[in-house]
Design a binder for this molecule. Structure first.
Ligand SMILES: Cc1cc2nc3c(=O)[nH]c(=O)nc-3n(C[C@H](O)[C@H](O)[C@H](O)COP(=O)(O)OP(=O)(O)OC[C@H]3O[C@@H](n4cnc5c(N)ncnc54)[C@H](O)[C@@H]3O)c2cc1C
Length: 284
């Protein structure tokens, strides 16, 4: 389908990008890889008057790995994450999740910031951000601010971003070397959006789990942490009995709607199975 008409700008500084976004009464939109925005234009789900292409903003393309964590520039692509070998130890859960994002061509263009801003409830990166307590750095005409991932996602394709703001960075807290983790996703075909996925990590003290973080996507209008599952894990050895309790707690924690892809009852059962498998792989 043909796209609706729009103006196009390709700024070379962040300030210029913000000024352009602020100049169109909320009708301008940033363009990252176009992997969600262009289909939305084609289907008339969005019809912005101006597209502000972020591709020349080199400072948004950096991956920084430091003692206090991993910082992903908003224009870092899925391919960049998979190609950065240091991330396999600096943030293995992130890498495990990104391996499930879309297909080869889309991973070459799609970006971390675009995914976070798009806020698809079944997308992996928003799930990782919520599960890992990421901070999302944004900048707009009234200055810079940092938003906790827990407060960023407000519903399907809805976020705390203002129309003149762009995401600059996603900051993930440091990842201890011995941390245990698991990521499990069920999709119709590999690379399709998840029907449901579970992502989790925990640290260990004398054989018992502590600091458990469990997240889920595809089962609500936004990515969720599952505190009832974390409670089952913390203070316990992750054995068959605890895993069974965690599976039941995961299913009981969610109330997904029916949609064209799956019934709510199916997704409710599925997220339990995903948590079970993720825990088994974490404990192995
Ligand atoms: C066939 C297909 C399958 C896919 N499967 C998956 C999947 O399994 N999992 C998954 O997670 N994703 C999937 N995607 C989406 C893909 O991961 C995209 O990378 C992602 O949606 C973001 O696209 P983009 O980076 O190209 O952003 P764009 O499409 O350019 O932009 C998306 C939205 O974000 C806004 N935006 C972009 N950058 C910024 C920024 N820095 N600050 C503020 N707003 C910004 C845009 O204005 C727009 O509203 C799939 C896409 C396709 C076409």
């Amino acid at each position: 389908m043909k796209l609706p008409p729009f103006e196009y700008a390709c700024p070379t500084t962040i300030n210029e990008a913000i000024a352009l976004l602020a100049s169109h009464d909320g009708e301008a939109k940033p363009l990252a890889g176009g992997q969600s925005l262009v289909p939305m234009l084609a289907f008339r789900v969005a019809s912005p008057s101006l597209l502000v292409d972020l591709r020349k903003l080199a400072e948004l393309k950096e991956i920084k790995i430091a003692d206090d964590g991993v910082t992903l520039g908003a224009m870092v692509r899925w391919r960049d994450i998979l190609d950065e070998a240091r991330l396999r130890t600096a943030h293995p859960l992130l890498v495990a999740a990104v391996e499930h994002v879309a297909h080869y061509q889309i991973r070459n263009r799609g970006t971390v910031g675009g995914s976070i801003a798009h806020a698809d409830p079944a997308a992996e990166m928003p799930g990782i951000a919520v599960t890992c307590e990421a901070k999302i750095a944004v900048v707009g005409k009234s200055g810079a601010r940092v938003i906790d991932a827990a407060n960023f996602f407000q519903g399907p394709l809805m976020t705390a971003l203002k129309p003149d703001e762009i995401i600059t960075e996603i900051r993930l807290p440091a990842w201890p070397a011995k941390r245990r983790f698991g990521f499990q996703e069920f999709a119709r075909r590999r690379g399709d959006f998840a029907l449901a996925a579970a992502m989790l990590f925990y640290d260990e003290d004398a054989g018992s789990a502590r600091n458990a973080h469990v997240g889920a996507i595809g089962i609500a209008d936004r990515p969720l942490r599952l505190p009832a599952v974390e409670q089952v894990l913390n203070g316990n050895t992750i054995d068959e009995a605890v895993i069974a309790k965690a599976e039941a707690a995961a299913s009981a924690s969610v109330d997904p709607d029916d949609d064209i892809h799956a019934g709510g009852a199916y997704r409710k059962a599925l997220i339990g199975v995903m948590v079970e498998r993720a825990l088994k792989s974490a404990a192995a």
